[in-house]
Design a protein around this ligand. Structure first.
Ligand SMILES: Cc1cc2nc3c(=O)[nH]c(=O)nc-3n(C[C@H](O)[C@H](O)[C@H](O)COP(=O)(O)O)c2cc1C
Length: 373
């Protein structure tokens, strides 16, 4: 049994299941290729990766599959200021004092996270690779890089973007995306306030006939069947793919995560209850859903307000890298969604895609028709 929607035709895939692009190579080449090979659409999470690293992941994915896949990059805020050194200078002293206190109290040495920039100039160089490599799909969250859309369209690259509100979907519609992801608050990562159940049909109504992909709190065939019932053409899953054997390979290889932290992160997901993922601005300055880690408590005790997006990210990424290297993973703020409460075993990504589709098809074909009187 299978499920076929207009989204499958648009993206040239067999099943309407999309792997969310999860930055720093969390959804790297192995995971992306496994999802695409299984008939879904894999997306390489390329936020913060430099152009050479992105090209490398694209080439590796192409060695593993000849099926369509995409690249996801978070767009920096418009007029984003400077590189990491410039940003560091804008951070008030009391915030650095907090970082130093945590390091002292927990006895952890200094450690810089790998080099990255959150500037438009950096994203322009990232996008040169996406265009030159003619990756079939480009996806982004946190805003639309309007300056690149004409060029990617000219190269036949499809554009997908994420929204958490109807008004953002209407604004995005003006940029003529090929599909829009409606992401409910349940989601892991940066998230808004509206639940998937009301958000998805509202976005469907607002932007029809543009296809909608449902995200936030989906991990199995019940979620896919529900998303289709709400009018979406498919699902976009992040947290569920974190609990797969192919996740995080490139994140570890590129030095963003240690093998120990990867194991701790996946264990956290498998053990999580439905209320273990909370929304906080501590990790990035924007509302971001993370599992409760020790840094949340230490930050609350400091009395500091989180800084704007890029500044908070600079502080936290170095501190979290230092904590991981010192094997203090319980303090790190691991990103993930509410749906972890129903994820109980590590799977292969291909099996996950097939199980989601089989279960949804069974519900639609057998269970739901039996309810109609
Ligand atoms: C670990 C993690 C990292 C993420 N990184 C990104 C990212 O780099 N770019 C992006 O557009 N969305 C990112 N997201 C959000 C996902 O694209 C997706 O919308 C979300 O995971 C869907 O909800 P779910 O986690 O309940 O499946 C991330 C999510 C997670 C869990």
């Amino acid at each position: 049994m299978g499920i076929h929607t207009e989204l499958c035709d648009l993206l040239e895939i067999k099943h309407p299941v999309v792997l969310a692009g999860m930055g720093m190579g969390i959804s790297g080449a192995d995971l992306t290729a496994a999802v695409s090979e299984a008939g879904g659409l894999g997306l390489l999470g390329c936020s913060r990766l430099n152009p050479d690293q992105i090209r490398d992941l694209i080439n590796k994915t192409r060695e593993l599959t000849d099926k369509p896949f995409g690249v996801d990059i978070l767009a920096p805020p418009l007029g984003a200021p400077g590189d990491r050194d410039e940003l560091s200078e804008q951070i008030p002293k009391e915030y650095w004092d907090f970082v130093e206190k945590v390091k002292r109290d927990l006895n952890i040495p200094d450690f810089d996270s790998p080099e990255y920039a959150l500037t438009e100039e950096f994203m322009r160089r990232q996008m040169e690779v996406v265009v030159a490599e003619k990756v079939p799909v480009f996806a982004t969250g946190l805003g639309t890089p309007a300056w690149v859309l004409e060029e990617i369209r000219a190269h036949g690259i499809k554009y997908i973007s994420l929204v958490g509100k109807v008004k953002h979907a209407l604004r995005l519609k003006e940029n003529r995306p090929d599909a829009i992801v409606a992401q409910g608050t349940e989601a892991g990562g940066h998230t808004g306030k509206i639940g998937s159940l009301p958000l998805i049909p509202m976005v469907v109504d607002a932007i029809s006939p543009i296809p909608v992909v449902a995200a936030g709190g989906i991990s199995d065939g019940r979620g896919l069947a529900a998303a289709l019932a709400l009018g979406a053409g498919g699902v976009w899953m992040g947290t569920a793919f974190l609990a797969t054997r192919e996740a995080f390979h490139d994140t570890v290889r590129l030095g963003w995560m240690t093998p120990g932290d990867r194991a701790f992160y996946q264990e956290t997901i498998l053990k999580a209850a439905e209320d273990d993922a909370v929304v906080s601005r501590v990790k990035t300055g924007k509302t971001c859903r993370v599992y409760r880690g020790g840094l949340l408590k230490l930050w609350a005790e400091s009395g500091l307000e989180p800084l704007p997006y890029q500044l908070q990210t600079v502080i936290m990424s170095d501190l979290e890298t230092a904590l991981m290297k010192a094997d203090k993973c319980e303090y790190v703020l691991h990103v993930g969604g509410q749906v972890a409460g129903m994820i109980k075993e590590l799977k292969s990504a291909g099996d996950l895609v097939r199980e989601v589709v089989d279960q949804a098809a069974g519900i639609i074909k057998d269970r739901l028709p039996a309810c109609v009187s």
